[in-house]
Ligand binder design. Sequence first.
Ligand SMILES: Cc1cc2nc3c(=O)[nH]c(=O)nc-3n(C[C@H](O)[C@H](O)[C@H](O)COP(=O)(O)O)c2cc1C
Length: 317
Amino acid sequence: MNRANPLTLLLGVAHPVLLAPMAGVSGGALARAVSRAGGLGLIGGGYGDAGWLEEQLVMCAGERFGVGFITWALHRQPRLLSRALDSGAQAIMLSFGDIAPFAGPIRDADAVLIAQVQTVAQARGAVAAGAQIIVAQGGEAGGHGGLRGTIALVPAVVDAVSPVPVIAAGGIADGRGLAAALMLGAAGVLCGTAFYAAIESIADPRAKQRVLEASGDDTVKSEVFDLVRALDWPDGPWGLRSLRNGFSERWANDVSGLRSVLDEEQQRYGLSREQGDFDTAAVIAGEAVDLVHAIAPAADILLSLVDRCREAFASAP
Ligand SMILES: Cc1cc2nc3c(=O)[nH]c(=O)nc-3n(C[C@H](O)[C@H](O)[C@H](O)COP(=O)(O)O)c2cc1C
């Protein structure tokens, strides 16, 4: 996109497209590729593996990039934020938890604080706590998220926090989605599922193949994968959207049954991850998987999104 807006000016990007900081998918190579193509790549700091994060930060040295953290996990290891800032991250995205304690250090480092929210009330709270950009995430999104749909949530958040720039997320994976988001008043988009199968993504090749073959009809929101991965998510309305597989089919409607055999299932699950058995291990993706058709360079994915958005506007009546 050639026209600058408050988001592209704040982030210094050519295109209003951000790579979601996907744990287990968005490593340094993918973040760098998206940034070099004119968007902003965010490394997925996830649950806080310090050694892994260090390696990804090295890959992005000297580049324009950001890092995303799961906020409640960052509370347990706040020094990871300092590492990201010291490494030159220009933006920090925080999702799921209280961002207030981190706003000061991010501002002091001249980095941009991006907060991902799932409701209008959370958006207002995040701005009051110091967020400079809001990501309004609809429940279509891959990964953890809330219940509201993107198309109604985005304009409501735009109205609530104006003039703070709002980014739409959840279900956006091609130029039609980008065009729609801009029409809803968003200043840009944050895409996860669209980049899952990028060449630079660190997702397992067998999981990428499943994404190529899946439809959004095949996704399910459930707590069972968090339970079996021993991820102690705090109480909140954030189910995990992933592809339906043998494991979710067996347990999604029998969570208490899963709890009763959790030790065994955790062992079996750990093995399945090592062996690349994705009929048990989770493939985390959102409803937009219908639009992911090829393993392609991240730059091609981003530039095709932008080109198709231009075409969508050009063909508007
Ligand atoms: C594989 C995967 C992993 C994700 N991991 C994270 C994460 O670690 N932290 C986070 O804030 N969001 C995470 N998300 C959610 C994204 O930030 C974003 O909201 C979502 O990808 C947008 O919807 P989309 O998948 O339809 O593009 C993840 C999403 C996916 C698909």
